[in-house]
Ligand binder design. Structure first.
Ligand SMILES: [Zn+2]
Length: 272
């Protein structure tokens, strides 16, 4: 399978596979594919343009234009989560990186220290202030996600913004000064009203909404009655594997943890 190899370079992007963004949203054509360079001509010069890696040996570039009301004819920047169903995994890996870097490039046009216009560094992936030397690197926000196991059941919850009927493991952004494990204990306490015991690391996944690194754990239930935090959680409960709700996409870390626990409970593998 052709891999995506991350990289970074300024310079000529004409021969590259182009990922165009207006604001933080990818532009796609009517068939759900990346638009041609020609289709983007009416947008004029982008705010930022650089290469961010290679897909099967071909350079990948992104161009970012500021948000505005006008889209080039025949293109849309609608909900591209549907691309998860259609695009091959290596192109999705490129999209994950492009989406996060587009947001970073857009949010660092001006220096956060002295307010001067920032430039892209040629030496490293950074926006640099020519006046004071401040550098802004792409932001990565860690999120702890935990699948809690109680006997033969797992804790699943749904947020109001999930697809209809879908439930997943609970997750939350790590706060300043907090470890991922402390974050997970706090999130389970705040959002579900329960305490968890032993926490085991499962794996991690880069997630572009908005620039997250999901850090996955499997945890044992320790005590407490389920109480959903009203503002964040629409519904939650203990689910046996014989009556699961709609689950997240198979490529997601949450789904991989759910499938791992399912295999462990049927003796096919061991819990981490
Ligand atoms: Zn500055």
């Amino acid at each position: 399978m052709p891999d995506f190899v991350p990289g970074y370079a300024l310079g000529d992007t004409r021969a590259a596979l182009l990922f165009p963004f207006i604001g933080e949203r990818l532009l796609i054509d009517a068939s759900g594919e990346l638009p041609s360079q020609r289709a983007l001509r009416e947008l004029g010069a982008p705010l930022r343009a650089f290469c961010f890696g290679a897909l099967a040996g071909r350079a990948c570039a992104l161009k970012v234009w500021p948000s505005g009301p006008l889209l080039p004819s025949g293109l849309s920047n609608g909900d591209y989560r549907g691309l998860w169903e259609r695009w091959p995994p290596e192109r999705l890996a490129a999209l994950v990186r492009a989406r996060q870097l587009a947001a970073w490039a857009l949010h660092n046009c001006f220096c956060g220290v002295c307010g001067q216009a920032m430039a892209m560094s040629a030496a490293e992936i950074a926006c640099v202030c020519p006046a004071c030397g401040h550098k802004a690197y792409p932001r990565i926000s860690p999120v702890a996600i935990g699948l809690v196991v109680k006997g033969n059941e797992i804790l699943l919850a749904r947020s109001p913004h999930f697809a209809p009927g879908m439930y997943s493991a609970l997750a939350g952004f790590v706060e300043a000064g907090e470890s991922a494990e402390e974050c997970l204990r706090r999130e389970l306490r705040e959002e579900a009203g329960i305490e968890i015991g032993d926490i085991r690391y499962f794996g991690s996944q880069s997630w572009p909404y908005p620039h997250s690194l999901m850090i996955g754990f499997i945890a044992d239930y320790l005590g407490g009655e389920l109480v959903a935090q009203e503002a964040e959680i629409e519904d939650l409960g203990w689910f046996g594997f014989d009556r699961l709700p709609v689950l997240p996409h198979p490529a997601s870390l949450a789904r991989r943890m759910i499938e791992h626990v399912r295999a462990a409970l049927t003796g096919k593998t061991r819990l981490p």
